[in-house]
Design a protein around this ligand. Structure first.
Ligand code: DUT
Length: 157
């Protein structure tokens, strides 16, 4: 069962009315980073690549084709009896860019991050604080035995 947007607004800090959707909440763009190193993912080893923050000009990001890490502005608290799933806004897809998100675990809290892939050969321009994604919460049948306690908990707060 999915939460409605109004219910979700209790778990996402400081949002405004325009972000509340019927069955979700739109998340705003905070920061954009480019990758300056390779990453490594092994069985027991993970090395996240260093990134360099891109400075917007007059609050506008002018992004050429390529992969970027982005940070959301909104602080999301996933309820202990729910998971979050995040989608790109359809307008983003319609201009030739994709946003890849993973699953948001029960108990996670923070300003999350995602992968922005600009596929449009001509690039795209995005304003800081533009709504770029929609997150939805799905209620679990039961509260899980353990909540999220990984390295990304309370990130970017
Ligand atoms: O697109 C997403 C999806 C999830 N998250 C947050 C919420 C989630 O609970 C946390 C960790 O995600 P996941 O469990 O997929 O990451 P991991 O690489 O498996 O990290 P860990 O080892 O801490 O579980 O990151 C994001 O910021 N962006």
């Amino acid at each position: 069962m999915a939460y409605n947007g109004k219910e979700m607004s209790n778990y996402i800090k400081g949002i405004n009315e325009s972000q509340i959707q019927p069955a979700g909440v739109d998340l705003r763009l905070d920061k954009v980073f480019k990758f300056i190193e390779e990453g490594y993912l092994g069985e027991g080893k993970r090395v996240l690549p260093n990134t360099e923050e891109i400075a917007p000009i007059d609050n506008l990001y002018d992004l050429s084709k390529g992969a970027y890490k982005i940070r959301f502005f909104d602080i999301v608290e996933i309820p202990k009896e729910a998971i979050g799933i995040c989608f790109p806004r359809s307008s983003l897809l319609r201009m030739g860019a994709n946003l890849s998100c993973a699953l948001w675990d029960p108990g996670y809290s923070g300003r999350g991050e995602a992968l922005l892939n600009v596929l449009n050969d001509k690039g795209i321009k995005i304003e800081k604080y533009a709504r770029i994604a929609q997150i939805i919460f799905i209620k679990l049948k039961d509260i899980p035995d353990k909540l999220y306690n990984g390295i990304y908990n309370n990130e970017n707060l």
